[in-house]
Each structure stands twice: as C-alpha cells, then as structure tokens.
Design a binder for this molecule. Structure first.
Ligand SMILES: Nc1nc2c(c(=O)[nH]1)N[C@H]1C(S)=C(S)[C@@H](COP(=O)(O)O)O[C@H]1N2
Ligand SMILES: [Mo]
Length: 522
C-alpha cells in the first residue's frame, strides 16, 4: 500500500527556536532526566542510577590497555576523570540535541530517548540488579522527554508566532527553565537522602572495635625505616591503596550480608556476619599488591587483617576432588578466580577478612567482608564485598580480568623500590642516604642491593622481618660527588631468585625490571 505524504506547507511551519534557548532545552532536560533517575535509584540501589550504570558499563567495556593507561595516568582519579568526561560528553550531546530541534522537537526527543535507552541497557547489564532497577532509567527517559517537550514548547521563537498558536514570552521560558533546574536539584538531593538511609556507614559504625582471639605478633620498632624515608610498616587504613572497578562504593550492610559457599563441595554453606564475627578471630600481617603496579609504583600496602581462616570454611564445606578454583563474586558482580590449592594451604593463611588494623573493613576495602590471600595479586585473590564462593574448575568459569587477558595464575613477583631520594631530588654532595622497600610475599626477602652509576652492586641494611608475607624495608648510605647520579635497586628472595632487569609491562601477570632513581648532588 502506498502512503501519501502531507504536502509541505512552509508558510504554516512553526517559527524556529533561537539556538541558545534550543541548546538550553536539551541540557535542562538532561539534568531533569538524570535527577529523576537518581531519585528512583535511591530506593533501589545507587548502581541503578543511569549515569553510574553507563559509567560502570564503560569501565567493563574498556580494553585492557586503555584501562591500564587510565590507572597509570590518572591513578586513583581514573574514576573522577571518567565521570567528568562522561558529564562533558552528555552535556554537549544534549545541547546538540536541542540545536537539532530548532523547528520540531522530534530530533531532540529521539536523542533524549536514546540516552534513556542507553541508561536502561547499562542497568539491565548489571549482574547485581534485578528488573526493578529498570524503573530508574525509565524515570529518566519519561522525565527527560517530558521536560524537553515542555521547554521546547515555551521557548522563545525567532519570529513572533502566528496568532492562536499559543505564543510565549522569554519570561515564561526562563521560569520554566528555572523550574526544571530547581526540580532537578530537589529530585537529585532527595535521591541522595533516600539512598543515604540504606547505606553501610551506620552499619559499620555499630560494629565497634574488632578484637582477635589470636593477635598478630607486635610489629617490632625496627620493622621499618620510616625516619630514613621508607613507608611505615603498617599502612594507615586511609592510605591503603585502592583498586577496583566500582564507580560508587557498594553499600552492603553487615546485617544484609551473607556468604554462600557452593559448587564442588560436600555441603553447601551460608554464613551471616555474626556467624563470622562470633568465631575466634585471627589477625595476620599481610602485604597486598596489585598486578597493575608499575616498577616503582605504590599499589602495595600492608595491614593487620582480622578474620577467619578461609581453609577452615572450605574444610567445613568439604571441597571435592578435582576442584581447581574458587570463583568468588562480589555484590557488584565483579569476580575473581583463586587457586583452590592456595586457599586450602594452611601455611599460607588465606583469610575471609572483616577487619583491618582492628577496625571493621573500610567500605572501599570491602565492608562487610573480603578475601585476602597472601602471595597472590589482588585480582585473583582478594574479592571485596564478597558474597559468593563457587568451588569449581578453571574451565567452567572465567573471572573478570581473566576474560580480559590477564593471567590465570598470578603469584606476586619479587620487587623492590627506592623511596628516598625521590626522582630529581637535589641533595648535598657527600654522604647520601638511600631507603626503600622490597617484597616477595610468601617467599620472603633475603637481601636488597643497590648500584650507583657504574659502580658494583652493594648490599643494603634490611629491617627486621615481620613474616614472609609482608614487605621488608632497606636502607644504606653512599658517598657521592657533585653531579647527577643514577641509582638502581634489586632484591633477592629466599628462593634465591634475583630480580631480572628485563622490563615487562603489567599485563598479563605483573611488571618486572629494576627500579631506578636519578638525583642531583650539589
Ligand atoms: N569487588 C571487587 N574486589 C576487588 C577488585 C574489584 O575490582 N572489585 N579489585 C581487586 C584488585 S585488582 C586488587 S589489587 C585488590 C585491591 O584491594 P584494595 O582496594 O583493598 O587495596 O582488590 C581486589 N578485589
Ligand atoms: Mo589489582
């Protein structure tokens, strides 16, 4: 059947909007849409907020190389940069949507609706959200389109509208625009308030100090050379490095948390927070390291972790023969695959941890509970906000970073770092003090050597070893003439392995190479 188009009637076409007011229509509709989505998400989960869902989706889709570049370049600010960049792109696109709608609102409506669908898709993809969460992007879509249509209708036109077509003044547009802005602010603020009542801060505060039944040995005074320029042996909780894919810190209350252990086990088990807390807690001093740590980088920190033996929980469940990995899932859907052998090895001491340095875990480090496995990089061993452990094989399941090209087995590599002097520091010529840190978790550090310019390697003084699962500090003093000097460091671990000078990048299983620093003596 043929369709006939209505004949064009340029003489009766509605007058065009002015470009600035058209752009404003788009941008204000965007704000209103995001705010409405945020409000609805407040009742469900912050992760249902379309803006965060799109951001989280972008992180999951980012190619390994780019994500590695972002972590390297922006460090902990990678998420701020991502959210800021997204905001800039969205505002620009919304303004364009407005400008494309000078005459008819249709192009703008289509673009606003596409945004809504993108948000909906991102929310739909999240493993931690149910279908209810789609209400948030749906609210965004409806409010975005409605506000856009309304503002478009009352926006000032270029030529006076024909009689009877419902003319409007600049004043009513300003009022409408201000109304949309204030409304967006109120909705967004209400969203924050609502989600605030469900957050985990109060739950954490109610837990109080955690006292282990079996404390870690006290850290000896000479375990660090902080006065000579190394880090302190224990990392204060706020300074502990943080690496995860979560744009907003998961809010999981202790009273809502449980851990399920299932799969290749004799009996499926489920533990609540008090089941864990009321057990005799152990405390272990462990140095964690991220596989994304560059040579000389600082994604390495040490804490007194408090919790229970992971091997003990696995024994209660009864691991069946043939099991290879613990496929561990976080409440936000992130996954890791921990070798069963490492988790069951009592001598290694993998933990389900609920505390760091006698406090409940900080929210960003996995409250209420996380895994910690000494000697393995965090992405295979340290699931934060852990809620599910499936005992399985390597073939059956592929964890988050494994799917993205990182290695299956990820023992932490022997590494060392110079902390003092810093690169391009100027120091007085003569006696110069060098200090830093080395680690080879689960092997232990045997010695650390430095090499100045073309001189031979020389030994340094090591700190008292706390245990083989922690870092060890070193320091020495050298004599230098005025001029520029380069110093290298390398560690040898207790297996006899000495760090290679061969440079390798972080992908797929950790960087190698000697850290060096150049300084100027005057
Ligand atoms: N849920 C979740 N757990 C996670 C991650 C993550 O992205 N999500 N990142 C892992 C990585 S790569 C590391 S190195 C450690 C870092 O733990 P931290 O942030 O407490 O230092 O957590 C691990 N656990
Ligand atoms: Mo990591």
């Amino acid at each position: 059947m043929a369709t006939t188009e209505a004949p064009a009637a340029p003489s009766t076409a509605p007058p065009r909007l002015r470009i600035p007011s058209a752009a404003l229509c788009g941008v204000l509709a965007l704000f209103a849409a995001l705010a409405a989505g945020h409000l609805v998400a407040g009742f469900i989960s912050v992760n249902a907020s379309p803006y965060l869902a799109v951001g989280n989706g972008a992180i999951d889709l980012t190619p390994v190389g780019l994500k590695d570049f972002a972590v390297r370049t922006f460090g902990t600010y990678d998420k701020v940069v991502l959210l800021g960049g997204m905001a800039a792109v969205m505002v620009a696109a919304a303004a364009v949507a407005g400008v494309l709608s000078l005459r008819s609102p249709r192009p703008g409506v289509v673009i606003v609706a596409l945004f809504g669908l993108l948000g909906g898709f991102a929310v739909y993809q999240r493993p931690d959200l149910t279908a209810v969460a789609l209400l948030a992007p749906a609210a965004s879509l409806v409010v975005g389109v409605a506000v856009f249509l309304l503002l478009h209708r009352i926006a000032p036109r270029k030529s006076p509208p024909a009689e009877g077509s419902g003319g409007t003044s600049r004043r009513s547009f300003l009022l409408g625009g201000a109304g949309a802005l204030v409304g967006a602010g109120v909705l967004g603020g209400a969203g924050r308030l609502v989600s605030g009542t469900r957050d985990a801060t109060a739950s954490r505060a109610a837990i109080g100090t955690l006292v282990p039944a079996k404390s870690a040995p006290a850290i000896p005074a000479d375990a660090d050379f902080a006065k000579l320029g190394t880090p302190t042996f224990l990392t204060p909780n706020p300074e502990f490095y943080r690496v995860d894919t979560a744009l907003s810190v998961p809010q999981l209350r202790a009273e809502d948390w449980s851990l399920r252990i299932h799969g290749m086990v004799e009996r499926e088990l489920r533990y609540g927070y008090s089941d864990i807390r009321n057990r005799p807690l152990v405390e272990r001093t462990i140095t964690m390291t991220c596989v994304s740590n560059e040579v000389g980088g600082d994604y390495v920190s040490t804490s007194d972790f408090i919790g229970v033996d992971l091997a003990g929980l696995l024994a209660e469940a009864g691991v069946r023969p043939g099991a290879e990995q613990l496929f561990c899932t976080s409440v936000d859907g992130w996954t890791s695959g921990t070798p069963v052998a490492a988790a069951q090895d009592r001598g290694r001491g993998a933990m389900l941890a609920i505390g760091m340095n006698r406090e409940p875990l900080p929210l960003e480090h996995g409250f209420p509970a996380r895994l910690v496995t000494p000697g393995l990089y965090g992405y295979v061993s340290a699931t934060k906000w852990v809620v599910d452990i499936e005992v399985t094989t390597w073939k059956a399941r592929q964890a988050y970073w494994l799917k993205r090209g990182w290695g299956e087995q990820a023992p932490i590599k022997t590494e060392s770092r110079i902390d003092t002097p810093k690169g391009f520091d100027t120091v007085p010529a003569g006696a110069v003090r060098l200090a830093g840190v080395a680690w080879s978790q689960h092997n232990g550090i045997a010695n650390v050597e430095i090499k100045v310019d073309n001189n031979p390697w020389q030994r340094t003084t090591l700190s008292t070893e706390v245990n083989v699962n922690t870092w060890r500090m070193w320091w020495t003093q050298i004599a230098v003439k005025p001029g520029t000097h380069q110093v290298f460091v390398r560690a040898t671990d207790k297996t006899g392995y000495t760090q290679t000078d061969e440079r390798a990048g972080t992908v797929p299983d950790g960087a190698t190479g000697w850290h060096s620093t150049t300084f100027i003596a005057t």
